[in-house]
Design a protein around this ligand. Structure first.
Ligand code: ATP
Ligand code: MG
Length: 156
């Protein structure tokens, strides 16, 4: 069940959000259809994206996890939007590459290997779906991906 999955994902990050002074909220359509993606994969994608959103957002900022179904396309669109440091436009096209990081100094000493987005993209694409990123330096970042409805799934 996609609703429960998203709520659990947000729950996993509530403590990290609190520690970082970042408000995490949900804007999720109440009755999402079942989606055709394995649970471990989508949890990994959500964890990578939520950890980035919180990690790269200064205290006082916010992160919103949104999800809604597009029935005619039979897709559930999921996005994670933050009000964080953003990504320079010249780095955006390479940001899904393995080990690509914008600048170590930006991440508030939290480090990282530069694999989170690469893995997220691989998992999403392995399900025949797509992921994209939009960002504005010092304004924030939104990562959006969609996953297909399960066979016979319909939006409530
Ligand atoms: P890892 O996820 O492997 O621990 P990482 O967070 O550095 O390390 P990615 O998740 O792949 O690696 O992200 C790559 C780079 O993209 C980051 O180093 C950071 O510079 C930038 N980035 C990713 N998400 C955001 C975001 N929400 N806001 C600002 N910059 C981001
Ligand atoms: Mg990361």
């Amino acid at each position: 069940n996609a609703n429960q999955l998203l709520r659990y994902a947000a729950d996993r990050f509530s403590l990290f959000g609190e520690q970082q002074g970042v408000q995490l909220s949900l804007d999720i359509q109440e009755t999402l259809p079942d989606v055709h993606i394995d649970k471990d994969a989508i949890n990994q994608v959500l964890d990578n994206l939520l950890s980035n959103a919180i990690k790269y957002t200064p205290a006082g900022g916010s992160v919103v996890l949104r999800a809604h179904a597009k029935r005619h396309q039979k897709r559930v669109y999921i996005s994670i939007a933050d009000t964080g440091i953003g990504i320079p436009s010249r780095d955006l096209k390479r940001i899904f590459e393995r080990f690509y990081r914008v600048d170590k100094a930006r991440s508030r000493g939290q480090g990282g290997t530069g694999l989170g987005l690469a893995i997220a993209r691989e998992l999403v694409q392995a399900h025949g779906a797509e992921i994209e990123i939009a960002s504005e330096l010092n304004q924030g970042t939104t990562v959006t991906f969609w996953v297909p409805f399960a066979k016979g799934g319909k939006a409530g």
